[in-house]
Design a binder for this molecule. Sequence first.
Ligand code: PGA
Length: 262
Amino acid sequence: MPENPRGALRRTPVLAGNWKMNKGPLATRSFFDDFCARHGARDDRSIWFFPPAIAVYTAVHALRQRPDIDVGVQNIHWERAGAFTGETSAGMAAEAGARIVLVGHSERRHVFGETDEQAARKVAAALAEDLDVLVCVGETLEEREGGRLEQVLARQIDAALGEARDAMLRFAVAYEPVWAIGTGVNATPADAAAAHAFLRQRIARAANATIAAEVPILYGGSVTPDNAADLLAAADVDGLLVGGASLKPDAFAAIAATPGRG
Ligand code: PGA
């Protein structure tokens, strides 16, 4: 198995902030002035931030004294360069100092029509640049109520795993039920645990049980300082991917301090 460059991260709690289309470079700098004063470096957890692409370089620079915090991009294009107006390549993200790529977030899938096949190509492009990937999967309310939860999760995760078999130590997953994102209605810890167990089985099927046990699976969807501890305590929940509550330094510092499991 190849050595993981950030090996300490495996299955330690990961607290990640996805800023979506919020905060340019100036707001990014002032966020980190505030957040870093509230959250000191700890080696028992990993903190990842996904600012907008235009603020990634600023974030990396603002965090140059904080190797405990990693910066990622929210999206990439799968091509290396060329006539793709408005897009960012994996190589450019790496050059800006990003270490991780978020792939297949539900807003990419449902607002921008991104397919499983496109998400898989993005996984391959990120891994080719030695970036880690955090692949988002999750069902809509209609799919859940129609009894198609496992079918949807299997389709989404299998597409991404197809490109990652040789680089599983760079692979992380976020289970984000679409109905829980930005709605104030989080999944229950039991629902999250069930979905995570299913995803881990799927990873074991594609790789093996030893590798599957090492892959961090984060929960996302209406995480707040109030529900973070219960969600992170659920079986198979290795971290949290936080949207709205990651925009405020005090709220995200509280989430970043959530006690890990045992
Ligand atoms: P939310 O978003 O925490 O605002 O629900 C989560 C996400 O989309 O990653």
